[in-house]
Write a protein that binds this ligand. Structure first.
Ligand SMILES: [Mg+2]
Length: 372
């Protein structure tokens, strides 16, 4: 089964956080950009993947079109692990994390989608798990509102919608206090800080955050590759530590586990190298006794892939769902979490192909196809 064409679609939809927003890294959350990738085989089967994402979409797209796609054309679509290995090794000198790896992630997800379709099985079943009958508890991943009043209101809105786990993206105490006050003492509350602090500052902040009973503190240290520093925060701050969305593959996770840096491992399927790499990391995390809760800050094919991985690898963990209202999605209701629950499709592979009309209507630029 040979790969004969690879197509990329870049779309932009409006996104609504439900309030005026504070700044959040380099991205603007009034819109959401997503990169969809279609892989076509000579036997008529097609798969869809997604490469991370948001402001880096154009760079990921160039990596697909100029490097990954030409190298993947003509290869056997069934040889997922072999192709993953060859491409990762061939291109390693251009970086082990970033757009090339995001591009490889998109290809890998699409090939697993094809494998599921070829077998006539949902991806989670191919991985040895039944789809959960009633989906998963989703956690509302609130973006950065900055103003404590807005944070409290957004947390209350999420709880009223049915979410039973809430994560904040804030970097100071009053915002966390406002959320905790809004949702009460019982509901699990997580804090994702996106690498703002030195190790010393992170330890100080972790101690100040203790009264708010955080289920985890995510990425408190800059830079994310300072595993020894993160381990110190975990020991001295005495709050469970989550990280991994910015890791460079299996061996970076191995180094984090060896340093004693993590309570919760968060590989991101559109960033880390796709389903193949997440499966390796999951096996290592299990052997090391580290809990896995996949990162999912997107709504494309990576969202569906994350649902299947969650079913297979972390069925009792809450599923990350960005707390945003989207103008439209090529997956329609599948990427919503009504009542705070995420549901998976039951079709083969990822379970559903994106709606071509939505891809066309919200295209930022015409799709590009690379053929053998
Ligand atoms: Mg995060």
């Amino acid at each position: 089964m040979k790969i004969i064409a690879i197509e990329t679609h870049l779309i932009r939809v409006r996104a609504d956080m439900g309030a005026a927003t504070g700044e959040f890294v380099a991205a603007s959350w009034s819109r959401l950009d997503s990169l969809f990738r279609r892989v076509v085989t000579d036997q008529g089967l097609e798969g869809w993947g997604e490469g991370f994402g948001h402001a880096v979409c154009p760079a990921t797209r160039v990596a697909i079109e100029t490097m990954l796609a030409p190298a993947a054309l003509g290869q056997d679509a069934r040889d997922i692990r072999g192709l993953h290995h060859r491409l990762a090794q061939h291109f390693h000198l251009y970086g082990r994390n970033g757009p090339l790896t995001y591009a490889l992630s998109a290809l890998d997800i699409a090939l697993w989608d094809i494998a599921g379709k070829a077998a006539g099985l949902p991806l989670c079943q191919l991985l040895g798990a039944a789809p959960p009958a009633d989906g998963f508890a989703a956690y509302a991943s609130l973006l950065r509102y900055s103003e404590p009043k807005l944070v409290g209101e957004a947390a209350a809105r999420a709880a009223a919608q049915g979410y039973r786990h809430i994560k904040l993206h804030e970097i100071d105490i009053p915002q966390v206090a406002a959320a905790r006050a809004a949702i009460g003492p019982e509901m699990p509350l997580m804090l994702d800080t996106n690498c703002p602090w030195t190790v010393a500052d992170a330890i100080t902040m972790a101690k100040r955050l203790r009264p708010f009973d955080l289920a985890w503190l995510e990425e408190p240290v800059w830079p994310p590759e300072d595993h020894a520093g993160l381990a110190r925060v975990r020991r001295e701050g005495a709050i469970p530590i989550a990280a991994g969305e910015n890791a460079a593959g299996l061996h970076d996770f191995r180094a984090q586990f060896a340093a004693g840096a993590l309570d919760i491992a968060q590989p991101s399927v559109t960033k880390i190298g796709g389903i193949t790499e997440v499966l390796r990391i999951a096996a290592l995390a299990e052997a090391k006794g580290v809990r896995m809760v996949p990162h999912c800050a997107y709504f494309g094919a990576g969202y569906l892939a994350s649902l299947h991985l969650q079913a297979a690898l972390a069925p009792t963990a809450p599923f990350e769902h960005l707390f945003l209202d989207l103008e439209a999605s090529p997956y329609h209701e599948l990427v919503q979490a009504p009542g705070g629950r995420a549901h998976m499709p039951d079709g083969p592979g990822l379970g559903r192909d994106p709606d071509a009309a939505v891809l066309a209507r919200f295209a930022l630029s015409p799709p590009v196809t690379v053929r053998a």
